[in-house]
Design a protein around this ligand. Structure first.
Ligand SMILES: [Zn+2]
Length: 307
């Protein structure tokens, strides 16, 4: 239950890669368990083609970011070559027991797309049928692995189009977390209002801050905590490969610092408490956020008080 003055922090943990699920997720889960906290994990349900997407993205901006965030230390060579020189490995389907253990421990597990690289790099060029197939294939793998229908969908790379918003509506998810913004809403694009509520990420990510704002774990955690808005839902996206890997100390500092400041919540519980018919309707547009090379979907101004 929420009450006035109730400051909440949802930890949205994206699992982009095979190694992120193999090694990063158990590290994050034990960090949360030590503090009795639960989070929302979103897993890629198809192949790990991280290497393919890095190869395609060698723009000057992206290279600067790679140098800043040191990808070999974060991802390892096997992941960086996955889908290029070495075959792509499955993500969710490779570790059903790890995912079931998350659910058994009280965490939420949602869908982070099927082929992350394809979605993030090519979404606007995919046909409506191809986008729909990405969403339904992911949901099918999820059901096979966990035996239930997924409730939450989180778009890879915070990218969405009218076609992807419609595909998530059609697939019957309870809510989505596709964009960067300020408060829950129903998305609108190209004159259409979509049914499934959107709960946006409100805070900057570690890779957007690292090396640009701070490097020390304590300073990075403080920077994130300073962005918490009192009495509201705040959403912070983490990556299994980063906070579950070389930056576990940032997560530890964040979880220690949040005690007494905000209540750590799961996105699925926040979604259940929403009344979709009364949510504001906001346009979705693509734009830049500081520290991120690729454009992302942003919550625009409210276009009506709800329909
Ligand atoms: Zn991702």
């Amino acid at each position: 239950m929420t009450s006035p003055g109730d400051t909440r922090l949802a930890l949205k943990i994206d699992i982009d890669t095979h190694d992120g699920l193999a090694r990063g997720v158990p590290a994050i889960a034990s960090c949360l368990a030590a503090r009795g906290l639960c989070a929302s994990f979103f897993v890629v349900c198809g192949p790990d083609r991280m290497g393919r997407r890095l190869a395609r993205l060698l723009s000057p901006d992206f290279v600067r970011k790679l140098i800043r965030t040191r990808p070999v230390r974060v991802y390892g060579w096997r992941t960086l070559l996955s889908g290029t020189l070495l075959p792509a490995r499955p993500v969710a389907a490779a570790f059903p027991r790890t995912l079931r253990a998350l659910v058994d421990a009280g965490h939420e597990v949602g869908v982070h797309g099927h082929d992350h690289a394809r979605w993030q790099d090519r979404l606007p060029r995919l046909t409506a049928a191809e986008v729909s197939a990405e969403v339904t294939q992911a949901a099918t793998v999820y059901r096979t692995v966990l035996g239930t229908a997924p409730g939450g969908f989180a778009a890879p790379g915070w990218r969405c189009t009218p076609q992807s918003l419609a595909a998530v509506d059609a697939a019957g998810f309870a809510y989505r977390s596709d964009t960067r913004g300020a408060y829950p809403y129903r998305p609108a694009a190209e004159g259409r209002v979509f049914r499934i509520p959107e709960i946006p990420t409100t805070l900057p990510t570690l890779d957007e801050l690292y090396g640009r704002i701070a490097r020390r774990p304590q300073a990075l955690a403080e920077c994130i905590l300073q962005g918490l808005r009192p009495g509201q839902l705040n959403v912070h996206t983490l990556h299994a490969e980063l906070e579950g890997g070389p930056h576990l100390d940032v997560l530890e500092a964040l979880l220690d610092g949040v005690q007494g400041v905000a209540r750590v919540v799961r996105l699925c519980d926040e979604a259940t408490a929403l009344a979709p018919a009364t949510l504001p309707v906001c346009s979705v547009r693509e734009g830049a956020v500081p520290g991120r090379a690729m454009p992302v979907a942003l919550q625009g101004p409210s276009v009506s008080a709800g329909t």
